[in-house]
Ligand binder design. Sequence first.
Ligand code: EPU
Length: 359
Amino acid sequence: MAENRPMPPSTRMPPAAPTSTLAVQRRASLREFNTLGLPAVAATLVRIASDADVRRVVDHPEYGRAPKFILGGGSNIVLTRDVAAVVLKVEIMGRRLVRETADAWIVEAGAGERWHDIVAWTLAQGWPGLENLALIPGTVGAAPVQNIGAYGVELKDRFDSLDAVDLVTGRTVTLDAAACHFGYRDSVFKQHLAGKSVVTRVRLRLPRPWQPVTGYVDLERKRVESGLAAPDAHTIFEWVCAIRRAKLPDPATIGNVGSFFKNPLVSPEQCRDIIGRDPEIVHYPLPDGTCKLAAGWLIDACGWKGKSIGRAAVHDRHALVLVNRGGASGAEVVTLARAIQESVYGRFGIRLEPEPVIV
Ligand code: EPU
C-alpha cells in the first residue's frame, strides 16, 4: 500500500507545532502496530502515557480539533489505507489492587498494559477470575471497547468500571458497566463514543469465592480428559492457552485479528429452517428463543478453510480467522472477507458481520 507514496496535499500536515511534552511522530508506519501486519502510514502519531497527555492533545492548537483514531494493541483493526486522523497510541501503564472485599478483588490496570500480562499477573497474585480470557491479544484499554470474550466469560462479567478522557472537554470520567452498554463484541466505544473518548484505566472485579467456568465444550473436554473434578484457576488458564495455541494462529508468527466475523444471531424460524437443511450446523440456542450460529462452521461448510485471495488467506485450522500470509494489503483482506460473505449468503442466506473495525 501507500508506505512510500507521498501524502496527498490535503492530508499533508503543516510543520510540527511545538511539542515540548507530547511524543509525536510524523508519517509513522503502523505496520508494527496492527496484528494483521498491514501497511499503512499515520500522518501524525501521538504516544499517550497519561491522562495529562490526552488533555495536551485536546488543548493542542493543531490536534485539538482534528479527528482522532485511538490505537491500542491493533488486534482488532483492518487498515485499508493511510490514516489522516491523529492517531493516539495508548501506552498508559500500571497495575494495582484497588481493594479487597469479602466478595471480590478489585484490580486496576492501565489501558496500555497487555491484556494477557494482566491475566497472568492477577493469577500469580492469587486473584483468579480472568483465566478463561488468557492469551487474547490486545491491550487492557481495548478489552472493554469490544467486550472481549472467550470460553464462557466476557469482559463485562469481570468489569467494575473504567476511566476515560473526553476528547472534547479533556475531562476524565468514570463509567460503570451500564454506561458502557456492553453487547456481544460491542460497547459504547464502538458506537457513539467511537473516536471521542480515550479509555485510560480499567478496573476489574474478580468475584470471591472463585467459581470455575468450564461449561464451554472445549474446556469440558479437557476436564473430562484430565479426570479432575475441580480444576483450579491455574489449570484452567493452562487449558485455555493450550486450546487457543492448537487452533488460533499466534499474531506474532502469522498476522491475524482472531475471529474475523461475529457469530450471527438468527430468529427461531430461520434457525429451524437452516437446521432442516443442514442438520450438522453448529448452533447455540439462547434463552430468548433466538439462536447463535458458529460462523466458523458456516465458512468452513462453504469450503474456505486454507483458501487465499492474493496474500490474504483463511487459516487452515480455523475458518473464522483470516491471516496475512506475508505482504498482504488491507484491500486484499477486505476482498477475501467480501468473497466469504457472499458465499455464506449465497448458501445459507445469512449475512456475516465483521468483528474488527475496518479503517
Ligand atoms: N468450526 C468449524 N470449522 C471451523 C471453525 C469452527 O466447524 O473452521 C466449528 C467448531 O468445531 C465449533 C464451532 O465452529 O463447533 C465454534 O468454533 P470455536 O469453538 O472455535 O469458537 P468460535 O465461535 O469460532 C468464539 C469467539 C472466539 C473465542 C471462542 C471461544 C466469536 C466471533 N469468536 O469463536 O473469540 O475465543 O469462541 O470462546 O465470538 C475473537 O473474538 O477474536 C475470538 C477468537
